[in-house]
Design a protein around this ligand. Structure first.
Ligand code: NAP
Length: 236
């Protein structure tokens, strides 16, 4: 039996991933910073819910204790994320407008949150026979694409969100090197219609969740330390 935690899974890509992995036979925990939103989402899918705010040490520690008491963890999906630089009007705050505070808030969730959750759940993952971590990154994390005129994301004006996801990619590589017994990969779901981008994305959540679901199911011989989208490898 495989037990899987997905952070920020009360809606969007995380929710769809929970639906798919539950259907594939995983015991799924929906992590949600709001206990009631998590409870409702879990009830809809017939999975478990755990309160988990990735920016809060006590919340993450309590979630780790609860999942440990529930029998442990095999698969961790660091999915919770924010893209605060997209305003309510859909306009992206670019280099002229990014502030240190915006960078800090973005990194608090996307980067420090990922490390906080990894740190708390590593002891549980170490006890799994086939531990897997999926870090939900973004195509905007790619330094190669960002520096290549015409490449996907080249014209994106924001700074905080892409920088945070580039950090997620480095975190992925460093942890994969440190824990060769685990499969630890970063994924790019593609531009998907969710609240994150004011529902301007072009893909459905079913399409976006595809690579997350696939990399959550890699076996011990599968790749680690990589960066993938549904088509294959993404350039760093
Ligand atoms: P979404 O629908 O806005 O979902 C984001 C989830 O993260 C929500 O459940 C949200 O909870 C949760 N979250 C935010 N801050 C949190 C915190 N401090 N602690 C715990 N949970 C928190 O967006 P999405 O598109 O599904 O995004 C999922 C992941 O995919 C993100 O990492 C995003 O960067 C990545 N991604 C998305 C796209 C895309 O086009 N959609 C493309 C590339 C990568 P609340 O409901 O409480 O706000």
């Amino acid at each position: 039996m495989t037990t899987t935690l997905i952070t920020g899974a009360n809606k969007g890509l995380g929710f769809e991933t929970a639906r798919r992995l539950s259907a594939a036979g995983h015991t799924v925990y929906i992590g949600s910073r709001d206990a009631e939103r998590g409870r409702r989402a879990a009830e809809q899918l017939g999975v478990r819910a755990v309160q988990l705010d990735v920016t809060d040490d006590a919340s993450v520690a309590a979630a780790a204790r609860a999942i440990e008491a529930g029998g442990g963890l095999d698969v961790l999906i660091n999915n919770a994320g924010i893209q605060e630089e997209i305003g309510a009007d859909g306009v992206v705050a670019g280099a002229a407008d990014v502030t240190a505070d915006m960078m800090r808030r973005t990194f608090e969730t996307n980067v420090f949150g990922t490390v906080r959750v990894l740190h708390a759940f590593l002891p549980l993952l170490q006890r799994s026979a086939a531990p897997v971590v999926v870090n939900v990154s973004s195509g905007l994390a790619s330094l190669t694409r960002s520096a290549t005129p015409g490449a996907p994301g080249y014209a994106y004006p924001g700074v905080a969100y892409p920088a945070s996801k580039t950090a997620v990619n480095m975190i992925t590589v460093r942890y994969a090197t440190a824990f060769p017994n685990m499969r630890i990969n970063a994924v790019e779901p593609g531009y998907t219609k969710t609240d994150l981008n004011r529902n301007m994305g072009l893909q459905t959540v079913e399409q976006g969740a595809e690579i997350i679901v696939r990399m959550a199911q890699v076996g011990p011989d599968g790749p680690t330390g990589g960066y993938f989208d549904a088509e294959g490898t993404v350039p760093w």
